[in-house]
Design a protein around this ligand. Structure first.
Ligand SMILES: [Zn+2]
Ligand SMILES: [Zn+2]
Length: 360
């Protein structure tokens, strides 16, 4: 142990006791102690993600009880014996951290792939304790130090929603000026349209709900084209996309790549019809089943890839990009005593942006 700040023995935490549950249980738990390569964070803010609601519903059943949330940001207050040697972290650093825990270091991906695919890791807030607590452990190597300009409430959503959509945009592998369509403008999509613009792409933003559509129209870094899937036929939407090409463009009609962030099949069908022949479709939504027409893949020659969150390099790039271009989430903030209100807000009609629990 190097040095540490004053740390209480107990903390408040939101736990899922059993599933299905509508709400978390607010409990008092012992503050854990950082060992080895771990870091203890005093949590500043932790995000609520769609996956957290799936944990409450019981989609990841056997691991309960556990503390919710996999999107942490906070201040380093204690370093395990080995943790200070990793990335030069020190007490008092403001950081954001990734969700995996107990990455094995031995499986094929840990050895010669990407550890984010580790076959044996646990997931904070999903299969082991997460970050809806005043203090929480993270791995030193999963931490990224925050720029002074970024507060905890903006940093927390970048650790899952932000890094996931950033990694998906990178996976599209487009050149500046090429067209990316982002279908679904929730927490991921609304960050994604800003990031993709900042990366020099032409951006088509698609949703069928008025509030998210109005939100992306209001951004300083606004998309080139906003399509309301309820009101626009795919033929009319395609005509608008064609207008985004420079004069003299020779190639196929439609978006060069499309990212699917929403679950409904109708949103996928619409988005695929706007993707150009031989284009790339990237899935980050998690519907229980996918239902595509074979024609999209045989005659339209689309390539479909899945994309999983990101590693510490992706998170660092995400944070730097957002800080540089002032890319922000639309955040609704709740205190720990308002946790039931926070869950109710998820289900509220007209919701937009990101819900964050603040401990400050
Ligand atoms: Zn998430
Ligand atoms: Zn592994």
């Amino acid at each position: 142990m190097t040095s540490e700040l004053q740390i209480p023995k107990q903390m408040r935490a939101l736990r899922v006791l059993k599933a299905p549950s509508k709400y978390y249980s607010l409990e008092t738990l012992p503050v854990p102690r950082a060992e080895g390569t771990q870091v203890l964070l005093k949590i500043g803010a932790a995000g609520l993600c769609h996956t957290d609601l799936m944990v409450l519903e019981g989609s990841f059943g056997e691991n309960l009880p556990l503390v919710g949330s996999h999107e942490p940001s906070g201040t380093v207050v204690q370093l395990g014996e080995e943790a200070g040697k990793i990335g030069g972290l020190k007490i008092g650093d403001r950081v954001a951290a990734l969700l995996p825990k107990d990455v094995c270091g031995k499986c094929s991906d840990c050895r010669f792939g990407d550890w984010k695919y580790c076959a044996n890791s646990k997931y904070s807030g999903i299969t082991t304790d997460g970050y809806f607590s005043e203090y929480a452990l993270v791995e030193a190597k999963h931490c990224v130090v925050l720029p002074d300009s970024m507060n905890f409430e903006q940093a927390a959503p970048l650790t899952c929603a932000g890094v996931t959509i950033y990694t998906a945009i990178k996976k599209a592998n487009l050149k500046p000026g090429e067209i990316i369509a982002i279908s679904g403008l929730g927490a991921l999509g609304s960050l994604g349209v800003q990031m993709a613009k900042a990366m020099g792409l032409k951006v088509v933003a698609i949703d069928a709900r008025p509030e998210p559509l109005d939100l992306v129209r209001s951004f300083d870094i606004a998309p080139d084209l906003v399509i309301d899937g309820r009101k626009t036929s795919s033929e009319d939407a395609m005509k608008e996309i064609i207008k985004l090409r420079p004069d003299g463009y020779e190639g196929w009609d439609g978006a060069d790549a499309t990212i699917l962030t929403a679950d409904p099949t109708s949103s996928h069908t619409f988005a695929l019809s706007l993707t150009r022949r031989h284009g790339h479709v990237i899935l980050v939504a998690q519907p229980p089943e996918l239902n595509f027409n074979f024609k999209n893949f045989i005659f339209q020659d689309l390539t479909l890839s899945g994309s999983l969150h990101g590693n510490e390099v992706d998170l660092k790039e995400t944070i730097e990009l957002c800080a540089k271009y002032g890319i922000e989430s639309h955040v609704s903030r709740f205190g720990v005593d308002e946790h039931e209100k926070m869950i109710d807000a998820c289900e509220a009609e007209g919701r937009k942006g990101k819900i964050v629990l603040s401990f400050e």
